[in-house]
Design a protein around this ligand. Structure first.
Ligand SMILES: *[C@@H]1O[C@H](CO)[C@@H](O)[C@H](O)[C@H]1NC(C)=O
Ligand SMILES: *[C@@H]1O[C@H](CO)[C@@H](O)[C@H](O)[C@H]1NC(C)=O
Ligand SMILES: *[C@@H]1O[C@H](CO)[C@@H](O)[C@H](O)[C@H]1NC(C)=O
Ligand SMILES: *[C@@H]1O[C@H](CO)[C@@H](O)[C@H](O)[C@H]1NC(C)=O
Ligand SMILES: *[C@@H]1O[C@H](CO)[C@@H](O)[C@H](O)[C@H]1NC(C)=O
Ligand SMILES: *[C@@H]1O[C@H](CO)[C@@H](O)[C@H](O)[C@H]1NC(C)=O
Ligand SMILES: *[C@@H]1O[C@H](CO)[C@@H](O)[C@H](O)[C@H]1NC(C)=O
Length: 640
């Protein structure tokens, strides 16, 4: 590159403009690149290689859409090559164009035969893969780099940065598919101001954008605590802050504010869902955030590929020296976070009762607040497992790979002495049982919402059973394990606990029953036999609870204590099944209500083989042309 530069200089110094242009472009050094081994290598002269070479062939300036985001594809079927590029929101189209071209050439050089690779420059990110990535929020691989200069008043600086990033995150994530980018600044003191930029690829939904950004923000304390600046880059989003303005002002700039009076908490835009709805995301009700595409296994292998251009001449124009931190440790942590016990203890106020969210079978759950108002839920496992640290970590890492819109995201863990903690995303609305079984709050759950909740749980469970690479049997599906996010989207919690806590899950029978009476299939409760169909049973109970608004374990028919399943079955036989329906749902669609009761009863059938799979359940819920079989007698299990 240095040679190339002088070569170019000698040929173009007569034209000053060209000279400067070349200088700026030629001096853009990649910040970081990563060749992935997940999808293997391609062979020389293969169709894939041809397609990769052809990726940018149709790329021309006038084809740019102005938001800095570009997608390319070349070829068909299994040899199709796909690429996306994201230019920084304040970069001109011309610079964006050159950056993408350079990035493509550089990446092909540096990753000569990998099917998948990614590279970051100051002005753009470019990655290619053999699968499409539009709409996927990807956080790995990611890297960070601090500005080495220290700030003087760390607390004031962090307060200002905290509030600034919060504000920018709101602006960026409420952006449309035309752009999710924001810049702005915040006064720290009369003499100091902090400037920041946040951006995600505009194809993400507002929720995914926010979630991607919150995950990169978590790295700031690790990367750049007390530093005057820093950057964290992931494939789908990135942030940067400095004490000098490093971006050009655009329409996306939010100006300067001052933290002096604490800013009012920034609520998400009230019509956030409208923004979501605008996007053509109906076709991807199920968003699978595949962070594992560039899996961590190969991260370890590929750490050595990390190349810093240390030996190169330092660019003269560059204002600040940026050092990319060492790879090994960082990517590992970036992949999936291992938190240290003290920071979690601090985040949960020493596991105070005030922060306790609940008590589950495997331990208590606390709310924690990390830097930058990033809330987490911490599960503190009761320390009785005989499992070694290594096995535990392995299982936890596997669980973290399970990412689905309807699953609570596991974002890290902590292992220190006897302490084993699981760190989850914080889901704001608490669990379904708090709404469903509360006389006042249940009014929030009209039929439309409940129907969506049933569908969401079904898809989450289907993912666990079939679509993820690990087949997970939940074993303790119940209303208190369904959490609701700000938009009342259900998220299944506590999956994989049996694996993470080393309760035998390799065989279809176990001597340790984990689960909750009332939700447990009879074959599991009595003989310890579990299967995906025992989860289906629990799902059926849950559906009946959602419909009736009553707990299976304390079901009342008028003033009489009854059994929910028994009651549903009796009324089904008598043709009066609508008696089961929660009176507040009377205006719901009769067809949908009826269908859900029917599905609920199919799921709780005594005969294991007759219970539908979650795949059929999802189909039954979505396609009205599917005729449902008649349910046979359910299993009546007295909860004693
Ligand atoms: C792919 O090629 C790289 C060298 O370019 C090599 O190090 C790596 O082991 C290869 N991976 C596989 C799966 O063959
Ligand atoms: C690829 O094709 C070119 C010409 O088509 C040939 O010169 C070269 O040897 C081939 N390489 C391999 C590895 O087959
Ligand atoms: C770019 O513009 C030229 C001339 O204006 C036109 O011929 C060409 O088709 C355009 N390319 C694309 C991809 O729109
Ligand atoms: C991807 O590219 C195609 C054409 O190449 C375009 O029609 C489509 O809108 C692009 N998708 C996104 C999300 O930008
Ligand atoms: C990508 O390549 C891998 C390895 O060759 C293959 O298993 C996978 O199916 C490919 N993906 C697509 C979408 O073709
Ligand atoms: C910043 O502070 C750290 C320790 O607090 C010190 O080691 C480092 O040299 C300082 N850096 C600069 C540029 O002053
Ligand atoms: C949000 O949308 C509703 C209608 O869907 C409208 O009545 C309300 O005024 C909107 N709120 C804002 C803040 O735009």
């Amino acid at each position: 590159m240095a040679k190339g530069l002088s070569w170019q200089l000698s040929f173009s110094c007569s034209i000053i403009i060209t000279f400067f242009l070349t200088l700026t472009i030629a001096q853009q050094q990649p910040l970081y690149h990563f060749c992935s081994n997940t999808n293997g290598n391609f062979t020389r002269n293969s169709t894939y290689e041809t397609n990769l070479d052809g990726l940018l062939s149709s790329f021309s300036l006038n084809a740019t859409n102005g938001n800095g985001f570009h997608n390319f594809s070349s070829g068909h079927g299994s040899t199709m090559a796909n690429a996306v590029a994201l230019c920084r929101g304040d970069v001109s189209q011309g610079d964006c164009f050159s950056c993408i071209n350079d990035a493509n050439a550089e990446l092909r050089n540096r990753c000569p035969n990998q099917k998948e690779a990614i590279i970051w420059y100051d002005s753009c990110m470019f990655r290619y893969t053999n699968h499409t990535v539009i709409g996927d929020a990807e956080n790995s691989p990611h890297f960070y780099t601090p500005n080495e200069n220290n700030v003087t008043d760390v607390d004031a600086f962090n307060r200002a940065l905290d509030s600034l990033l919060d504000r920018l995150m709101d602006v960026a994530s409420s952006g449309t598919s035309l752009g999710k980018f924001a810049t702005g600044s915040e006064r720290v003191t009369a003499l100091q101001t902090v400037y920041a930029l946040v951006q995600s690829t505009p194809d993400l939904t507002p929720i995914d954008c926010r979630s991607c950004l919150s995950q990169v923000i978590v790295d700031i304390p690790r990367c750049c605590d007390g530093k005057k600046g820093g950057r964290v880059y992931a494939p789908s989003c990135n942030i940067r802050f400095e004490t000098e303005r490093f971006y050009t002002l655009t329409a996306a700039d939010t100006g300067t504010s001052s933290t002096a009076p604490p800013p009012t908490p920034s609520l998400p835009p009230s019509n956030d869902t409208t923004t979501t709805g605008n996007k053509n995301n109906s076709s991807r009700l199920t968003i699978i955030i595949s962070i594992s595409a560039v899996g961590f296994a190969l991260l370890v292998i590929s750490c050595c590929i990390f190349i810093i251009l240390r030996s190169r001449k330092k660019p003269k124009v560059k204002a600040k020296k940026q050092e990319v931190t060492e790879a090994a440790d960082e990517i590992k942590t970036a992949e999936f976070l291992q938190y240290d016990f003290n920071s979690i203890r601090a985040a949960t106020d020493n596991f105070s009762d005030a922060n306790k969210l609940g008590q589950g079978g495997f331990g208590a759950v606390y709310k924690g607040t990390l830097a930058y108002r990033n809330s987490i839920a911490v599960k503190r496992l009761s320390t009785e497992s005989s499992q070694g640290d290594h096995e535990f970590e392995n299982e936890v890492r596997l669980m973290a790979n399970l990412q689905h819109r309807n699953l609570v995201r596991l974002q890290g863990f902590c292992l220190e002495g006897n302490e084993r903690l699981l760190i989850y995303e914080f889901v704001p609305n608490g669990s379904l049982d708090n709404f469903l079984f509360d006389r006042v709050k249940k009014a929030c759950l009209n039929w439309e919402r409940r129907y969506k909740i049933i569908g969401g749980i079904a898809r989450g469970l289907l993912y666990l059973h079939q679509d993820s690479r690990l087949r997970i049997i939940h074993r303790d599906l119940k209303a208190s394990n369904i959490l609701l996010d700000a938009e009342m989207t259900p998220k299944i919690a506590d999956f994989g606990m049996a694996r993470m806590c080393a309760v035998d899950q390799t065989q279809g029978a176990t001597s340790r029953i984990v689960g909750t009476y009332g939700y447990m299939a009879p074959e599991y409760a009595m003989h310890g036999q579990f299967s995906v169909r025992s989860d289906v049973f629990s799902f059926g109970v849950l559906v009946l609870e959602i419909l009736s608004g009553q707990k299976n374990s304390s079901f009342h028919n008028g003033s009489n204590v009854d059994d929910l399943i028994n009651f549903a079955w009796r009324n089904w036989k008598a043709g009066t099944v609508f008696d089961l329906v929660d009176p507040s749902l009377r205006d719901g669609s009769r067809t949908e209500l009826m269908r859900c009761i029917h599905i609920g009863l199919l799921c709780v059938q005594e005969n294991v083989a007759q219970r539908p799979s979650m795949g059929s359940v999802v189909l039954m819920l979505t396609s009205y042309s599917t005729t449902l079989p008649l349910p046979s007698e359910p299993a009546f299990l007295l909860h004693s």
